[in-house]
Ligand binder design. Structure first.
Ligand code: SF4
Length: 456
């Protein structure tokens, strides 16, 4: 499977790539399949069932709303995030839903079922959609899995269970960090250049550069939106937004006497993104929504505080982060429901650490070292969001991991790239630790902080 930087960095809607973006895409895939088969006009009812982690925490993650919007034909990348609440309320109030915006059917609350204790076999984030005609006869039934980062696996595809896989041949195929480094050694290219050469299998160089700078612009817009809003986050926990107040304070201070003043700005960037994500705003999945603040925070650090920063450096940053993301996705996991938060925040930290190291002049070995440090020190991290909302511990966790990514980068740049533990070994350890991790710590909100923090 070939993974592009634009698969890993996609513009989406908060609060969760696996629980919001993935279900919206799956619902859209199902409705589009009905249309492609010519069945849309005779559909009278659609039943959607969410299983496993999606069923357990779907309400908090907006999975239910995402499914309705996907069936209505919306895509995560361009759905109007400001009108989501009223559109969903209108569907519920009218009891009517327009499939793909074209064919109206009845839709009752009982047509959307979140199974809190049932799971499907292939992945914790299972979904089943069933369409029936006016006589109740089943027209189509399909099962999908949201496997992290907005990627969707179609269990009932004609050729067997597949991720909506892209088999485009690329000049430097790699799955592991060792293979990636071997390409660098063989060609003399940097990691960013290897990734760029692969991206050219889909787009021209001009398109790749412009597309990545667009992604960067969405990240910047997200920070701007996050520091403009005050109040509490939706969902019932009454978690206060902190980015705006912190921004006001930082602007009022000169910070010159505080050697760690810059760190507060990094914290601010991460808080701003993750507060936007928690409120269902427009974010870049990087590589997931829960961990969407880390790469933008570290990239803001680069552009604002590193005097040699350039737009070219921004492109290299995102290409390097994406290359590490490919390795993590291919050989580990970026799904909190599969391996816990080590796969989300740990992966994003590794990607950001590697990317910063690259644009600060690190060798491929130092870049890989930074990624390894960034991931290693998140091993075992559980996913236990309070109330099933991507707020506690997620928002602060992004801020702390952003600082950790900068720390990992600096540590690797102080060395010469030689190190005892290879990134591939850490990823293998993450997978094994995730397999051993109790289900209650994998995005079910049935353990850890989710149990011990009193909900308001
Ligand atoms: S705890 Fe980590 S993995 Fe779980 S929802 Fe929050 S950010 Fe995602």
């Amino acid at each position: 499977m070939a993974i592009s930087a634009f698969d890993l960095f996609s513009v989406g809607i908060g609060p969760s790539s696996s629980h919001t973006v993935g279900p919206m895409r799956a619902a859209l895939m199902f409705a589009s399949g009905l249309r492609a088969a010519g069945d849309l006009p005779r559909v009278a009812r659609v039943k959607a069932q969410l299983f496993g982690s999606l069923g357990a925490t779907g309400h908090g993650h907006g999975s239910d709303r995402a499914v309705l919007l996907g069936l209505a034909g919306e895509r995560p990348e361009d759905v109007d995030t400001d009108t989501v609440t009223e559109r969903v309320a209108a569907i519920k109030q009218a009891g009517r839903l327009r499939l793909l915006g074209a064919h109206e059917i009845a839709f009752a609350d009982t047509d959307l079922v979140l199974h809190r204790r049932k799971a499907l076999p292939l992945h914790p984030n299972g979904m089943r959609f069933t369409a029936s005609d006016a006589t109740g006869q089943t027209i189509a039934e399909r099962t999908y899995y949201s496997i992290g980062g907005g990627f969707v696996l179609d269990e009932t595809a004609a050729d067997g269970p597949v991720i909506s896989a892209d088999t485009t041949p690329v000049p430097h195929p790699f799955r592991t960090a060792a293979e990636l480094l071997a390409h660098c050694a063989d060609t003399g290219l940097t990691i960013a250049q290897v990734m760029l050469a692969n991206e050219l299998a889909w787009r021209t160089e001009t398109e790749v550069r412009a597309g990545l700078l667009d992604i960067w612009q969405v990240m910047r817009d997200c920070v701007t939106a996050g520091i403009a809003r005050d109040g509490v986050l939706p969902g019932g926990l009454k978690v206060p937004r902190r980015a705006k107040a912190l921004h006001d304070k930082l602007l009022a201070e000169d910070g010159l006497d505080d050697p760690l003043y810059v760190l507060d700005w990094v914290t601010l960037y991460a808080l701003a993104v993750n507060e936007e994500n928690a409120s269902g705003g427009r974010v870049v999945t990087a590589p997931t929504n829960g961990a969407a603040g880390i790469i933008p925070a570290v990239l803001h650090y680069y552009t604002r505080f590193i005097p040699t920063a350039t737009p070219e450096g921004v492109v290299d940053f995102l290409l390097t982060a994406a290359a590490i993301g490919v390795v993590l996705k291919e050989t580990g996991s970026i799904s909190g429901a599969e391996v816990g938060c080590q796969g989300e925040v740990g992966s994003a930290c590794a990607m950001a650490a590697a990317a910063l190291t690259a644009v600060l002049g690190g060798t491929p070995a130092q870049v890989e070292n930074a990624a390894e440090i960034g991931l290693e020190h998140h091993l075992g991290l559980t996913c236990d969001p309070v109330g099933g909302l991507v707020q506690i511990p997620c928002i602060e966790r992004n801020a702390v991991a952003s600082a950790k990514a900068i720390n990992a980068s600096r540590l690797s740049l102080r060395g010469d790239g030689t190190h005892m533990v290879h990134l591939d070994k850490v990823i293998k350890t993450m997978r094994q630790t995730g397999a051993d991790m109790h289900t209650k710590y994998k995005e079910t909100s049935r353990g850890g902080l989710a149990l011990n923090v009193i909900e308001c």
